[in-house]
Design a binder for this molecule. Structure first.
Ligand SMILES: Nc1ncnc2c1ncn2[C@@H]1O[C@H](COP(=O)(O)OP(=O)(O)OP(=O)(O)O)[C@@H](O)[C@H]1O
Length: 237
């Protein structure tokens, strides 16, 4: 589904990703757990084609990102850390714009927009400007947008920052439903250990390298402390 081989990204002399190799399979919620500066955002920027890697390969659903970027990127959906909706357009206009970018027929686009917004309980606000929405609802719209073209890989970068517990739960629930019902593979970048503990698989990233990879229990054991939080703090401080 998503395969990284020897992925390296440098900013001048600073190495942000160091020969990173891993494979993700469909239908998994994978937490990418790393402290500030671990390389999570850099990885997402490379995976979405914003930056080219200096070395290594990315393959998405069998397509090389380097050689067939359009085909590879068609299988990726992303919610970045920074909100990128147009504040002066309604939810519906924002989402229709995205659907047009993906070449979705209008009827199908309208249907997916309505279904997606209903699933995240923002359908009552479809014709309101994004500017008028709460931060939590803006995030939900971003998730609907990321899923419009039905990607097989969903990247979420610190998606719950600034959200209250109920909004965080709603977002997690919608993401989980996509994992279960559509077999989406979610890579969820976070520095919150409580979120990583809910994942099917945890990748611990530190200074651009993988420190541990496995179920939350396996990773806790690999980090050598009684809890994931204690191990994560000790090994990444
Ligand atoms: N544009 C840039 N120019 C130079 N260095 C950068 C740039 N972007 C990131 N870095 C450096 O690369 C490393 C990885 O940063 P990155 O933002 O990918 O980490 P992160 O895990 O996403 O951190 P955070 O949790 O704080 O968002 C850090 O050392 C950072 O200072």
């Amino acid at each position: 589904m998503l395969r990284l081989t020897g992925l390296t990204k440098r900013y001048g002399a600073r190495v942000a990703l160091k020969a990173l190799s891993l494979s993700l399979v469909p239908g998994q919620f994978v937490a990418l757990l790393g402290p500030n500066g671990a390389g999570k955002s850099t990885l997402f920027q490379v995976l979405t084609g914003l930056f080219a890697a200096d070395e290594g390969e990315v393959e998405v659903a069998g397509h090389s990102l380097g050689r067939s970027a359009t085909a590879a990127l068609r299988h990726i959906g992303v919610v970045f850390q920074q909100m990128s909706l147009d504040l002066d357009l309604s939810i519906r206009r924002n989402l229709l714009f995205q659907a047009d970018l993906h070449g979705l027929p209008r009827r199908l686009a309208r249907q997916r927009i309505e279904e997606g917004c209903a699933q995240l309980a923002v359908d009552a606000d479809l014709d309101r400007k994004v500017r008028e929405l709460s931060g939590g609802n803006r995030r939900k719209v971003e998730l609907v947008r990321a899923l419009l073209h039905q990607p097989s890989v969903l990247l979420m970068d610190e998606a719950t920052v600034g959200l209250d517990p109920k909004s965080r739960l709603d977002l997690m629930k919608a993401m989980r439903a996509n994992v279960k019902e559509r077999g989406v593979c979610v890579l969820w970048a976070t520095h919150r250990v409580d979120e990583a503990e809910q994942a099917d698989r945890v990748l611990v990233l530190h200074r651009g390298e993988l420190l541990a990879d496995g179920s939350p229990a396996q990773v806790t054991q690999a980090l050598g402390e009684p809890t994931l939080e204690a191990g994560f703090i000790r090994r990444t401080s």
